[in-house]
Design a protein around this ligand. Sequence first.
Ligand code: HEC
Length: 309
Amino acid sequence: MSRSRIVIAIAFSTSVLVACPPPRRAPTEPGAPTAPDAREGAIDERATIEFRLEGRSVRTLTLRALRERIVEEVVSNFDPYYGRDKRFRALPIERVLAIGFEGSVEGPLATRPFVLRARDGYTVPLSGERLLEGGGYVAFADDEHAGRWDPIGPRRSDPAPFYFVWKQPTQINLETHPRPWQLAVIEIARYESIFPHTVPTRAAEGSPARRGFATFARECVRCHAVNREGGRIGPELNVPQNITEYRPVEQIRAYIRNPLTFRYGAMPAHLHLSDRELDDLVAYFTAMREEKFDPDAQRAADAGYARDP
Ligand code: HEC
């Protein structure tokens, strides 16, 4: 897709935007507040989501622009971070993506690989099939309070301006249905192009290291970096030292399965991982000892201290 076609697409979408009357609020569920107007002031209409295609910015939309074209809904479900039912005002992800990538993507979005990026460095890869399976929403307000969100997560963060949620009772497992808060960027990109240095390139297809890599990509990279690529919530696991170079293997396995038996921290337990999956993860980390890539090493050495992540 050429740049000029994208410009035309944007111009077209703007004219559509002017032509359509603003949608009204969707009917709310029984018991949900129906008069949001008094609380509108607390919503930051200038908050933005950026849409990227293979590393290139396609467009950045404000909440105001999205709400002018998408009928909001009140979404309520059990929320695993809050540990109880929560209610949000939200926009269906299908509509958000259709507008965000309007005119710039050929074919169905559901066949594309996505990456959701949060402001705090949480970076979660997610297939289009999963993202668009129905029930995914971009929440822009906590519907239980006027003008504020309940703090979320172990560090009691503010989820604003956007919190990704799922509506169905079956969509409450964070491994299969992750919920990034402070959502800032929605990107279409292959995993390997975003995190190329996390791939164990010397390991054979189908080897334990490759299987461990698949688990890492699915469940860990959203919080952990390998070779400085990945999330920044947890520690980097390969450079300067690989985790297997300073922690005994048995401890690594036990930690991954249930970190809370060691210390109260921000890493969730992974009780569902089998012994073989843990072995494969260790095989992956061990393989990465031979594939170190550390763009920050020289800078850190020059400065005499480790750079902030
Ligand atoms: C939600 C974020 C998150 C996810 C998902 C996550 N971790 Fe962690 N991890 C952390 C944090 C934060 C720490 C730092 C200690 C703590 O808070 O428990 C940590 C610590 C660790 C440590 C110990 C490092 C050390 O030297 O003490 C290992 C090993 C580890 N994680 C591996 C994994 C693996 C493997 C996965 C995937 C199966 C994973 N983590 C998934 C956040 C996460």
